[in-house]
Design a protein around this ligand. Structure first.
Ligand code: NAP
Ligand code: MN
Length: 267
């Protein structure tokens, strides 16, 4: 009979490690094999921790195609679906197929530099483009092929719908239902003076349009921060930000409601 492999990842809090041990025992008793690595044979990834732990699991598994379920031992948990009190119900619903898959879109930044570097970065929450230390940056911004503005300020953040409740929200961006396919571009401390003009509110882009960012001076060091992981570049010619074809398949159970999570976290 084919092995049923479940890969389990956790953050390192005591409560997460304790729940991992309990869960592993339950799964092994039911005939599953557990692993602390992700492979092509993994049928389900379980992440125990908070939203940050889920993001790190998604990156460490290189945006896996199999479903992923979060067990919440952190704060509210937008990504995290299961409470540690409900492990038995979770296993039983999983075996009965009583779940749905929430396919979350991701955001991609493709960067090109004068030295011929061509990198790309994926974010489940967001891609942030910012300067070095506390310097302001000046960026030419185009939407599709239309130059829109010369942005001056701390940077810009491009959030997915799933990431709209994270950093984007702290910056005054809007909460977006993950069923919508769009990117939200939120300015970070935009300057608005007689010298500089930048949008001061978020703008929303449909899936088919990309955002192009060209630093005014290629001497500037630009940081691309995807889900909190930063990479610095010098000599940047262009950064193109788009919705990626890669999706994250989050498992949800019958009581899942995005707006209930929003209410519980913010109101
Ligand atoms: P962190 O600095 O430890 O946590 C930032 C907070 O954001 C945590 O409370 C985290 O929840 C929460 N969070 C993460 N994704 C979320 C989402 N999609 N919706 C609502 N809340 C969310 O960093 P981290 O835990 O590694 O998470 C990385 C994220 O932190 C980045 O992607 C960015 O969005 C966010 N961030 C926010 C700010 C800000 O609001 N000023 C600044 C920097 C980064 P848990 O406690 O459950 O982990
Ligand atoms: Mn965290």
């Amino acid at each position: 009979m084919k092995k049923r492999i479940v890969s389990i990842f956790t953050n390192d809090t005591d409560i997460s490690l304790k729940n991992r041990d309990v869960l592993m025992k339950k799964l092994i008793d039911r005939g599953y094999e557990t692993s602390d690595e992700y492979s092509a044979d993994t049928e389900l990834i379980i992440c125990i921790g908070g939203d940050g732990a889920l993001i790190r699991t998604v990156h460490s598994c290189n945006f896996p195609q199999c479903p992923i379920i979060g067990i919440n031992t952190g704060h509210l948990g937008f990504f995290q679906e299961i409470s540690p009190d409900n492990l038995d119900a979770f296993i039983s619903d999983y075996e009965k197929g009583e779940y749905s898959i929430q396919s979350l879109s991701t955001v991609k930044a493709a960067v090109v530099t004068e030295d011929g570097v061509r990198d790309s970065h994926l974010g489940l929450n967001e891609i942030l483009i910012k300067g070095r230390h506390s310097y302001s940056i000046h960026l030419g911004i185009s939407i599709g092929n239309t130059p829109i503005e010369r942005f001056s300020g701390d940077g810009i953040l491009v959030a997915t719908p799933a990431g709209s409740t994270a950093y984007n929200y702290s910056l005054g961006g809007s909460i977006v239902d993950p069923r919508l396919k769009l990117l939200q571009v939120t300015p970070i401390a935009p300057m608005n003076t007689t010298a500089y003009r930048s949008f001061t509110s978020s703008i929303l882009l449909p899936a088919e349009l990309s955002l192009s960012v060209t630093p005014e001076s290629s001497d500037d060091i630009i940081f691309i921060v995807n889900d909190g992981m930063e990479t610095g570049y010098s000599g940047v010619i262009k950064i193109e930000v788009t919705i990626s074809d890669t999706h994250v398949q989050l498992m949800r159970f019958k009581n899942y409601d995005f707006w209930n999570k929003v209410k519980t976290k913010f109101l």
